[in-house]
Design a protein around this ligand. Structure first.
Ligand code: SF4
Length: 385
């Protein structure tokens, strides 16, 4: 059945909330949280560590820290403690993005079995399996992802165990890679321009002859599709391939976005068909999938990326993350004097639904519509009983 991506409209009087049809928590995040809490409950008296942030949500990570869980690394892979402090008696949880084969080995060398409390999302594993299959068929893997993101580092590690691998972060880098495919730039330059993004022993002349594209599961679907189509065209033109020869040079990979990323992005597209004065996107500031929802909204209207309801300081002032400047800032007069005011609302895959509810309640409060939301909650409760 075709999915419905039309938003829900909450009419609260002088405030109308245009709520995306799909938003928030995905299967992988729920699964990861459940396993992490179980790890704590099953191991009283033991030290429980998270290899890095569980998911990109400060609230969930703080809840785990309150239980005594400690982080080994930050999201960029920098150690926050001395690795030598770990002992075979410790419990280490692998986060939802998965981890590298190298770190798994390092844990085993310590006597810690990484698969015991592994929360790697099955949709991430699906990408690794796809990369392995294509790699074993003799193609080099091009990973569309953020090179420093945990998931891309994990995918890179798993992919390079089977075949030559290179990461491109965006279309600009894909175009740059194409210049090496076409021999327009000297091969030696590749190693400088893609430092840290290619597998050991990568040989430009040999390893750019047959390629396949996979992606970090939370990238922008349209961008991955664009990169894949572009590189396919480059191979066709450079090698002058007829239709039936294309698979010999370009592995046919449907994009490897997960269902939650797909649905949340499609629901934002559906939401953007409506009219509104501004959009609010809720999620952790280092959340990749949330940042792409922000990018989509920014194309149409003023958009504010916030982490929780406290960011809505007042009707005049908002604290929000500026993705382009990589910093949180305060803006004033973000609510225009239009009534009814229409505000689009959505959230990323690592954002609990309760947080979305609190943001809507706060919006209602600062625009003088708190009674409407109370009445709506009462009506809904009565309808359920
Ligand atoms: S966003 Fe997708 S890949 Fe990431 S944890 Fe959720 S379901 Fe898994």
């Amino acid at each position: 059945m075709k999915k419905d991506f039309k938003p829900a409209i909450l009419d609260l009087g002088s405030l109308q909330v245009v709520l995306a049809r799909h938003f928030g928590f995905c299967y992988g995040v729920e699964n990861a949280i459940e396993i992490a809490f179980r790890a704590v409950a099953e191991n009283p008296g033991k030290r429980v560590f998270l290899l890095s942030e569980m998911i990109h949500n400060p609230g969930v990570n703080a809840d785990l820290q309150d239980l005594g869980v400690k982080f080994i690394m930050d999201t960029n892979g920098k150690l926050l403690m001395d690795w030598d402090e770990l002992t075979s008696d410790d419990i280490v949880i692998i986060p939802a993005f998965g981890t590298t084969l190298e770190l798994e080995e390092k844990l085993r060398a310590k006597g810690i079995e990484p698969s015991r409390y592994e929360t790697t999302c099955p949709f991430v594993e699906k990408v690794w399996n796809r990369a392995e299959k294509i790699g074993k068929d003799g193609y080099t893997i091009v990973v569309h992802g953020k090179p420093k993101h945990e998931e891309t580092r994990a995918t890179f590690s798993h992919s390079k165990a089977n075949t030559a691998t290179v990461v491109v972060k965006d279309m600009k880098q894909a175009e740059h890679l194409a210049r090496f495919i076409k021999g327009e730039l000297p091969a030696e330059q590749f190693y400088q321009d893609f430092t840290g993004q290619y597998s050991e022993g990568f040989q430009v002349e040999r390893d750019l002859q047959r390629i396949g594209v996979v992606n970090q599961t939370t990238m922008l679907a349209s961008e991955t599709q664009g990169i894949s189509d572009y590189l396919k065209q480059v191979m066709i033109e450079h090698h002058q391939l007829g239709a039936e020869e294309i698979p010999t040079r370009f592995a046919d990979t449907r994009d490897t976005l997960c269902y939650a990323t797909n649905d949340n992005q499609s629901a934002v597209q559906g939401m953007l068909d409506e009219e509104a004065q501004l959009a609010i996107v809720i999620g952790g500031y280092n959340s990749s999938n949330t940042s792409h929802l922000v990018e989509l909204c920014e194309l149409k209207l003023p958009t504010y990326f916030i982490k929780d309801e406290k960011c809505l300081i007042s009707e005049d002032k908002i604290s929000h993350y500026d993705m382009h400047a990589h910093s949180e800032k305060e803006s004033t007069n973000y609510i225009p004097p239009v009534r009814p005011l229409r505000v689009m609302v959505t959230s990323g895959a690592s954002c609990p639904d309760a947080l979305v509810e609190r943001v809507i309640e706060r919006l209602a409060e600062i625009t003088g519509n708190e009674y409407a939301i109370e009445a709506m909650t009462e009506q809904w409760t009565e309808a359920q009983t």
